[in-house]
Design a protein around this ligand. Structure first.
Ligand code: ATP
Length: 200
C-alpha cells in the first residue's frame, strides 16, 4: 500500500494520457479508471450481465460483446441512463482500484480518474493533480486527434465539470498549454515532490 495516493484528473483532451505515461516511465505505479472499466466490461465479466439487465440486449453485438459505441451514444444523450451506468460501474471500479492499490509497493501511486469530480471519488486520494488547459486548447487538440467537430466537443465539455471546479479542488496543477517537453518537466518536478512527501 503506498503512503501517498495522487488522483490525476482533467477534462477531455487536457493531456492526462501524456502525464500518466510520463509517471509510468519514471517507474510510478499508475492505476487507470478507464482501463479498469474496460476490463470490467470485457466478455465474461459480471458487469456485462448487469448492463444487459439494465439496458437490454440491443447494446450487445451479435458475438455477445458490448456495443460500446451504441452505449456511449445513449448515455451521452440521456442523463438518467448515464447515471444508471455510473451507479452500476463506479462502485466496481472503485473496489478494483482499492484492490490494486493494496498490492502497490512504491512510496506513491497515481490514480487516473478522468471523472473524479463528476463521480465524487475525491476521497480515494490524498492529493488531487489536475492537468489544465483552456477550453480552446482542448477543442483544438481533440479535433486534431479525433476529427470530432467543435460543436460535438463542446457538448462533451458541457457534460464535464467546469475547469474552475477542477482547479478549485486540486492541490497540484500541470499547465499543459505549452509543449510536451514542458509537460514532462512539470511531471518530473512533481515526481520529486511526491517522493519527498511520501517519506515516512
Ligand atoms: P482524453 O480525456 O480524451 O482521454 P487526455 O486528457 O488523456 O484525453 P491526451 O490524450 O494526453 O489527453 O492529449 C490529447 C491530445 O493532445 C493527444 O493527441 C496528445 O498527443 C495531444 N497533446 C497533449 N499534450 C500536448 C502538448 N503539450 N502539446 C501538443 N499536443 C499535446
Amino acid at each position: 500500500m503506498p503512503t501517498l495516493r495522487v488522483a490525476l484528473t482533467g477534462g477531455i483532451g487536457s493531456g492526462k494520457t501524456q502525464v500518466s505515461n510520463r509517471f509510468a516511465a519514471l517507474g510510478v505505479p499508475v492505476l487507470d479508471a478507464d482501463e479498469i472499466a474496460h476490463a470490467l466490461t470485457a466478455p465474461g465479466q459480471p458487469a456485462l450481465q448487469s448492463i444487459r439487465e439494465c439496458f437490454g440486449p440491443k447494446y450487445f453485438l451479435a458475438d455477445g460483446t458490448l456495443d460500446r459505441k451504441r452505449l456511449r451514444q445513449r448515455v451521452f444523450q440521456d442523463p438518467k441512463a448515464r447515471q444508471a451506468l455510473e451507479d452500476l460501474l463506479h462502485p466496481q471500479i472503485r473496489a478494483a482500484m482499492l484492490q490494486q492499490l493494496d498490492r502497490v509497493q512504491y512510496p506513491y501511486a497515481v490514480l487516473v480518474i478522468p471523472l473524479l469530480f463528476e463521480t465524487r471519488q475525491t476521497d480515494l486520494a490524498d492529493r488531487i493533480l489536475v492537468v489544465d488547459v483552456p477550453e480552446s486548447v482542448q477543442i483544438e487538440r481533440v479535433q486534431r486527434r479525433s476529427g470530432l467537430s467543435p460543436a460535438e466537443i463542446r457538448r462533451i465539455l458541457a457534460a464535464q465539470v467546469p475547469r474552475s471546479v477542477r482547479l478549485a479542488g486540486a492541490q497540484d496543477r500541470i499547465d499543459n498549454r505549452g509543449s510536451l517537453a514542458a509537460l514532462i518537466s512539470q511531471v518530473d518536478a512533481l515526481h520529486a515532490r511526491y517522493l519527498a512527501l511520501s517519506q515516512p
